[in-house]
Design a protein around this ligand. Structure first.
Ligand code: GTP
Length: 597
């Protein structure tokens, strides 16, 4: 065990984690030149395309150190986006050390800091690395100062590297062996293995990745997952080279995989402890949490008769993404669909894209909202994941909404803009501190619902991209939330309802009506668009009548041409939804996301 090192790389998004990981694999010949594709660890198509790591993976590296001994280095790759921070934290818990990677042109960013805190929480040895030093804009000295300030190390302890050229990779490997402690643990003790990830394989079922803290797991053992209390047989176990490599046993200190024939990702919870049925560990590994979805939205098939097909796809998608939740939803406007829960907005985008790409489903996604809690005057507690679930205002005693702690790192010249933006979103400034002269950290407490819509985009445009952002939920607080309905020719469109803070409701209603006026095609009769809170109309727009005759161009008697045009029009209409007499195009259901100021 003394020659094992378990480590991960933590960094802000795009600071070059995957590229550096590739270099580590290449320089240790873990992977041959021929197999080398850029970013081998990002093996989902979508990951590669978006250039982000969505799920963490692990890989074993064999390395001969300058002391001439052979070492086994287990590299655990972690996702870089805030939506997946729980996964990061569990991957970190499986390591003894972390490379803290900072882009030399960017310096310390929000997720550098939040990931660092997660690593410190897990007692990891930190090896600071400045990456991308090959780039023209590299500010090595300045970034060194920032790192020294942040973690209190000596400047000479900071390694310099370039994932692009491979510069500094040798020094990193040496530091991993010399600085990161070998794992502790007793191979003879009752089994205690931490699940830090799982993947779905259509032939083998769910493959679970774990790090063994204590004990030994052998092929054929009967194992138990502590939090679900389910038992399985270890059909196959092994370690993770570039491919899975089967072994008879895996012991304390090591990282490995287990296949038990589990078909549903829900049975496998990241952070859970695996133990042996006949000799269970008395303690679960600390830090296990059920991940809760933060953002909810409806997903509906474009054609109502494609509902069954969509259900099938959702089932399959959930098999390999346990953090996706969904339940049946019926909407008068959109028919049968699902109310889905996501970890955050990026997660929602990923699910939508996977449905379209991997499953060939065209879907309508409705306005996302957070999960509110309504307390009725009778003392009942109602979880509201959908505007239609909000009890009638006359029955409500109070409503609570989720709050987050937001951390923003920026340049001093943008403080003003950020303050205006965050205070306008009901943020409360908690702290402002200078990390260095050119870098300031702002901490706000804010309602999550204000982040859901367009916060990222606004933050970016207000700071010309010089701001990084991270957040963590900090519980629920009382809020004055109202339900805003949209009526088209006096008919309520349930899929367009939104839950919104009362102070912003009128303004929001007016803008939404204006936006819908742009998005709805003119029809042969007048359309009234109204926004209402309860029975009170707060805004109205009209779309005047027009007669659209697509065959008008075809004077003369060419009937087949006329028919073709009518066919074409019918195709276009498929993406439309009939609300009463009004036809509503798909974009309109997401109009809320496109409101300008
Ligand atoms: N010039 C230069 N570019 C680099 C270097 N390392 C990474 N890059 C580029 O920076 C971009 C981001 O690199 P990635 O390795 O995908 O970053 P990441 O941190 O893994 O990103 P996430 O997985 O999304 O967190 C890519 O375009 C890389 O080609 C480097 O050392 N020098």
């Amino acid at each position: 065990m003394k020659n094992i090192r378990n480590f991960c790389i933590i960094a802000h998004i795009d600071h070059g984690k995957s590229t550096l990981a590739d270099r580590l694999l290449q320089s240790t010949n873990t992977i041959s030149e021929r197999d080398m594709m850029d970013q081998v660890l990002d093996d989902m198509d979508l990951e590669r395309e978006k250039g982000i790591t969505i799920k963490s993976h692990a890989i074993q590296i064999n390395y001969k150190h300058t002391d001439n001994q052979d070492y086994t280095l287990n590299l655990i790759d972690t996702p870089g986006h805030v939506d997946f921070s729980y996964e990061v934290s569990r991957a970190l818990a499986a390591c003894e050390g972390a490379l803290l990677l900072v882009d030399a042109t960017q310096g310390i960013q929000a997720q550098t800091i939040s990931n660092l805190y997660l690593a410190i929480d897990n007692d990891l040895e930190i090896i600071p690395v400045i990456n991308k030093i090959d780039m023209d804009g590299a500010m090595i000295e300045e970034v060194k100062d920032q790192i020294v300030e942040l973690i209190g190390c000596k400047p000479e302890e900071i390694l310099l590297a370039s994932g692009r050229t491979g510069l500094g990779v040798d020094k990193i490997l040496e530091a991993i062996v010399e600085k990161i402690p070998a794992p502790k643990g007793d191979p003879e003790a009752p089994l205690q293995a931490l699940i830090f990830d799982s993947v779905f394989n259509s032939f083998r079922g769910i493959i679970v990745y774990y790090r063994i803290l204590n004990g030994t797991i052998r092929k054929g053992d009967k194992v138990k997952f502590v939090s679900t209390n389910q038992e399985y047989f270890a059909d196959e176990i092994g370690i993770l080279k570039l491919k899975m490599t089967e072994r008879k046993e895996v012991s304390a200190g090591d990282v490995g995989y287990i296949i038990t024939g589990i078909k549903n990702a829900k049975e496998v919870k990241v952070g859970d402890t695996i133990t042996l049925s006949n000799n269970p560990t008395p303690e679960q590994i600390r830090g296990f949490e059920e991940v809760k979805p933060m953002v909810f939205a409806g997903i509906f098939p474009v054609e109502t008769d494609q509902f069954e097909e969509l259900r099938d796809c959702m089932d399959k998608l959930q098999l390999n993404d346990a953090s996706l939740t969904y339940e049946l939803e019926t909407s008068q406007a959109l028919g049968f669909g699902f109310r889905c829960g996501f970890l955050g907005m990026l997660h929602m985008e990923i699910i939508q894209e996977r449905l379209e790409r991997e499953f060939n489903q065209t879907v309508i996604t409705t306005v996302p909202n957070v999960s509110f809690i309504a307390y009725t005057s009778k003392g009942e507690k109602v979880i509201v994941n959908n505007p239609t679930e909000m009890p009638d205002p006359s029955r409500i005693d109070r409503i609570e909404e989720p709050f987050i702690k937001a951390q923003i790192i920026t340049k001093p010249e943008y403080i003003g803009n950020i303050m205006t933006l965050c205070l306008g979103k009901r943020g409360i400034l908690i702290n402002q501190s200078y990390l260095t002269q050119t870098r300031v950290e702002l901490i706000f407490e804010m309602p999550l619902t204000e982040i859901v819509f367009d916060f990222y985009d606004k933050l970016k445009s207000q700071t010309r991209g010089y701001a990084s952002f991270d957040y963590h939920p900090i519980g629920y607080r009382e809020a004055d939330i109202v339900k805003m309905d949209i009526l088209l020719n006096a008919e309520r469109v349930d899929a367009l309802s939104a839950l919104i803070h009362r102070g912003r409701a009128n303004d929001f209603g007016r803008k939404l009506c204006e936006k819908l006026k742009e998005l709805l095609p003119r029809q042969q009769f007048l359309i009234a668009i109204q926004a209402a809170i309860g029975a009170k109309i707060v805004a109205r727009e009209n779309i005047s009548a027009m007669r659209k005759d697509v065959t008008a161009k075809c004077y003369g008697g060419d009937i087949s041409r006329k028919r073709k045009l009518l066919e074409k029009q019918k195709e276009g209409k498929k993406r439309m939804r009939q609300i009463g007499a009004v036809e509503v195009p798909q974009e309109a259901f997401l109009a809320v996301l496109k409101l300008d100021d």
